[in-house]
Ligand binder design. Structure first.
Ligand code: SF4
Ligand code: SF4
Length: 424
């Protein structure tokens, strides 16, 4: 089956799933309503977003310098820092640190999903437990996330109740409060028993090597604090020059991502856990991890940064606001994606994945309506990049068959619908 026919079947089955449509619509419309309320009551957020755009422009233009500074700062603070040029390199580094037969707890990380880290760790007999509630639901259902901020956005509460009932052996009602408490009970033991915690990062400060992690559930705090080893995997684009820049990213993330003024938790991690409380003798590893490993991932980012047509995609702070507003996402949700979603996801897929046909499917699904750009705190011009990407894809003969037919019809009949149209 061709990539296009396969994609078409996925779209058809996504459209047919009415319960899924309702779940997506409920979630995204609530987030959008809350976002606009927060932006109205806190007009300074948009001013901060404009400053962050300037910071991102500078940072992406000085990517090599920032990566080097971040690596040095992480090492100066007692952590281990690695530069992985490819996904394979990152996987190799992570697998070597983890070893075999370990219990790993994870907090939500798009970068881990980008490189398919889980499946490589599982091959080494490691057990992985996702601790973000949405990610855990997806993991237990054996599915892929359908949104970068709310990965289980497509799963109705009735299905979560059925899933948790099966696991716990108790008949649970579709009551969101009860289900959340059950998730808390189910996950707690893993937090205390895990050998390794793996997280992503929302920002990394080049000046100090500080990792910023933004969350609401509190699971990332356990992941980065309870096990003796913490591995953080972050793309180059997460590095910003100074603390103030990372703080500003934190300030705009929650309003655009979830429609709240501030996230419940912002963790700042600089080096491993340490003390000098006994005779002022420094010792590493007290209540937090003894080892902090930070893997800084390139995987196509340097190439993106050097291409004036696409470097703007690196300004993305992964807030998901564009997805909530995208009319296509409302209808087919995660099908309009791969590991990253919607128009911005098409650009990311083209640069970070080996599957260019999926990037083509996404690029030709976008209607170029521009709602994503209006919704984006960084004002990223997604339609313009999609047009550039289409040119690249056409050059590689990656064009869907109906488009090819339309082009032929225009050339032959001067009409995309062909000769038939002439006789209507
Ligand atoms: S331009 Fe494309 S990605 Fe953006 S909102 Fe419209 S359809 Fe969605
Ligand atoms: S493109 Fe903009 S709106 Fe979409 S996730 Fe990135 S920063 Fe957020």
């Amino acid at each position: 089956m061709s990539w296009y026919s396969e994609y078409l079947r996925e779209i058809e089955s996504a459209i047919e799933d009415q319960r899924r449509r309702i779940a997506i619509w409920r979630a995204t419309s609530t987030i959008m309503k809350n976002k606009y309320n927060v932006l109205r009551s806190h007009p300074n957020i948009e001013t901060i977003a404009k400053r962050i755009r300037e910071v991102k422009i500078w940072s992406i233009d000085h990517l090599d310098e920032l990566v080097k500074r971040a690596k040095d700062a992480i090492e100066d603070s007692g952590g281990y820092a690695y530069i992985a040029r490819t996904s394979e390199e990152a996987i190799k580094i992570a697998c070597k640190i983890v070893g075999e037969g370990k219990l790993i707890i994870k907090s939500k990380s798009m970068t881990c999903s980008e490189i398919d880290l889980d499946e490589h760790l599982i091959k080494k007999n490691n057990i992985i437990v996702e601790t973000d509630l949405g990610e855990r639901i997806i993991q237990l259902r054996g599915e892929k996330p359908s949104h970068i901020v709310v990965p289980a956005v497509h799963v109705p509460k009735e299905d979560v109740a059925e899933l948790f009932s099966r696991i716990t052996g108790r008949k649970l009602p579709p009551d969101i409060y009860i289900l959340t408490q059950v998730a808390r009970e189910m996950l707690r033991k893993y937090f205390m028993e895990a050998d390794v915690g793996i997280s992503g990062a929302n920002a990394i400060v080049a000046e100090t090597g500080t990792i910023f992690i933004v969350e609401n559930e509190g699971n990332a705090r356990f992941v980065t604090n309870a096990p003796p080893v913490h591995i953080c995997i972050a793309g180059f684009e997460k590095i910003v020059p100074e603390m103030r820049d990372a703080c500003d990213i934190t300030t705009i993330l929650a309003p655009y991502a979830t429609g709240t003024v501030m996230p419940s938790y912002v963790s700042l991690i600089t080096g491993p856990s340490k003390t000098a409380d006994i005779e002022l003798t420094p010792v590493v590893g007290v209540h937090g991890p003894k080892e902090l490993h930070v893997i800084l991932l390139d995987n196509g980012r340097t190439k993106m940064a050097s291409d004036p047509q696409f470097k703007e995609a690196l300004y993305c702070i992964r807030c998901g606001s564009c997805m909530n507003e995208c009319p296509i996402y409302q209808v087919i949700d995660g099908t309009f994606g791969h590991k990253y979603f919607c128009g911005i996801g098409a650009i990311w897929t083209a640069f970070t994945s080996n599957d260019l046909s999926r990037a083509a499917a996404m690029a030709f699904t976008c209607t170029l309506c521009g709602r994503c750009t209006l919704a984006c705190p960084l004002e990223i011009n997604i339609p313009e990049m999609i047009i550039s990407l289409r040119r690249v894809l056409i050059g590689k003969n990656l064009i869907a068959s109906p488009h090819r037919t339309m082009v032929k019809n225009i050339i032959r009949f001067g009409d995309p619908h062909g000769a038939y149209q002439k006789y209507i």
